[in-house]
Design a protein around this ligand. Sequence first.
Ligand SMILES: O=c1[nH]c(=O)c2[nH]c(=O)[nH]c2[nH]1
Length: 287
Amino acid sequence: MAVVLGPNRYGKAETRVVRVTRDGGTHRLKDVNVSVSLSGAMDEVHLTGDNAAVLPTDSQKNTVFAFAKRYGIGAIEEFGLLLARHFTASQPAVAHARVEIHEYGWRRISGGHSFVRDGGEVRTALVHHDVGGTGTVVSGLTDLVVLNSTGSEFHGFARDEYTTLEPTRDRVLATAVTARWRHRGTEAAWDDSYAAARDALLSAFAETHSLSLQQTLYQMGRAVLDGQDGVCEVRLALPNKHHFLVDLEPFGLENDNEVYFAADRPYGLIEGAVLTDDAPDAPSAWN
Ligand SMILES: O=c1[nH]c(=O)c2[nH]c(=O)[nH]c2[nH]1
């Protein structure tokens, strides 16, 4: 029985590119996930290991970043066509290009450079009640994804022999907020309280000129407490969703804080509590 090569394709999946367009102080954001898959005369690489027809998936990823800079990202259909036509036109072995793009929507918070991602967030409540009649209520949310495309710095940090991070005076700051806030009592206008806390978190994130995510965390917690006497403690978990500036110099392009690689892991995880100095102890409230 003979064995033959069947249908095949290859490419770089899920290149996460964030393109910031700066129009003075007003920024626009395009956040996409691009998967390229090429097919054509690829028998040799499978049968003999001859790579002559294989444009590396690494080059495909670089093309996505370079095109994001060179042409911007308009409608994702248009960006997809641009890429697919490029690969079929420039690689003799490529007969077909498949480009799938997913776009994540963002809405403005306030100011010109602060955004909250559409959908996905979850409202949470955790209630404890004793037979004796005392209770605690912890409200919260998870997966509230926010991004500042400027207004964030990180420098002056401790260094050791393993430190390679470059200090920065202008970076993208993004996080998926998990916040929980403890109420003093068991009577409150819960929906209004939730809306006010969510607003306070968003405004504080947008309005804090950040020197670290830790500093932003404290300001976010404080904003919730300042807005509501009925809340005595806020706990926050803020993953630092790193956006790395892509080096476009090898392609003769300058990257003036426009094209970022949105990494999903590993991520910094910044956690902390902010509380009023009269907050009652609540050993079980958070578990
Ligand atoms: O805001 C930050 N806090 C850190 O603790 C940290 N560590 C790091 O590598 N980048 C950052 N950013």
